[in-house]
Design a protein around this ligand. Structure first.
Ligand code: ADE
Ligand code: ZN
Ligand code: ZN
Length: 283
């Protein structure tokens, strides 16, 4: 496609993304997180990726990092994108929090195993890669790991942004509005790459390893705690959010995006090109 046509196509896609119900970090959030992770891949993982991706394809391409949102309606697997851990609980109970035996935590484990399996069909491993890049990011949107009074992760909690008249909902402002504030008009993939250079590469090795550590369950429970404290506290349906809330939400959003990118890079480094001791490790 001609570059200008591609740009127009992408602009239309982004504007359409505003319609309908919330759909996990919007495309911008997914692109920034995927680009951050891509910048942190080691040599072995990069090489393995070349065999799975098409020429010039990148993790931050819509086709990779947003694909799962684009197919979820047709495939009726929207529940793979979140885990409904109740507000008042602080543990993860698969039978309670998932649907039909599936949720975002369980799917991350599943697709990690498929991607790691060199004997699996290439098409299956590519699909697993797309889901993994998307779901590790979704898991870090706090409202993908919590719900209060069956509000579907804030989708039913109606809120208005300060200074706006049209009503939105809590889930949607965390998927889209705060990410836009964080990006501040930067190109999402460029923003992700810049986070790698300006922030992650300057972290002490120990701090970076600590951030990257843990399991999907650990990260979901951390997101759940963030949801309780920084998302739901002081907010009820019908509210107009305060400027102070929005300022704090942008800080939290940036922190969650950074953690998502660093952890996704670790998952991909270990999965695409496992070192000997990781090949048999029980994850
Ligand atoms: N639908 C039900 N719960 C949800 C959640 N936590 N996130 C997105 N959509 C949902
Ligand atoms: Zn999603
Ligand atoms: Zn969402």
């Amino acid at each position: 496609m001609h570059p200008l046509r591609k740009l127009l196509f992408v602009a239309v896609l982004v504007s359409c993304a505003g319609a309908g119900s919330a759909r996990a970090w919007g495309p911008e959030g997914h692109q920034a997180i995927a680009a951050l992770a891509e910048a942190l891949l080691d040599e072995g993982a990069r090489k393995a990726l070349l065999e799975l991706l098409e020429k010039d394809q990148q993790l931050s391409d819509f086709d990779i990092c947003v694909w799962a949102d684009n197919v979820k309606k047709d495939l009726k697997n929207g529940h793979w994108h979140y885990v409904d851990i109740p507000f008042e609980k602080d543990d993860y109970v698969p039978e309670r929090d998932g649907k039909d035996g599936a949720d975002v935590i369980e799917r991350i484990a599943h697709f990690t195993a498929v991607l790691k399996d060199k004997k699996a069909e290439k098409a299956e491993r590519v699909k697993a890669l797309k889901y993994l890049v998307h779901f590790v990011a979704d898991l870090h949107q706090p409202l993908h790991c919590i719900e209060r009074d069956h509000d579907q992760g804030g989708n039913k909690c109606l809120v208005t942004m300060p200074g706006k008249t049209e009503q939105s909902n809590l889930h949607r402002v965390w998927d889209l509005d705060f990410v836009s504030l964080v990006l501040n008009k930067a190109v999402p993939a460029a923003y992700g790459a810049k986070l790698a250079e300006d922030e992650v590469s300057k972290m002490e090795a120990g701090a970076r390893a600590k951030l990257a550590a843990g399991t999907a369950t650990d990260w979901a429970l951390e997101a759940h705690a963030v949801g309780k404290k920084d998302v739901y506290e002081g907010v009820k349906s019908g509210d107009t959010l305060t400027e102070a809330y929005v300022t704090q939400a942008a800080i939290v959003t940036k922190r969650q995006m950074l953690a998502a990118g660093v952890r996704l890079a670790r998952v991909l480094n270990e999965t695409l090109n496992p070192k000997e001791e990781e090949k048999t490790a029980d994850k």
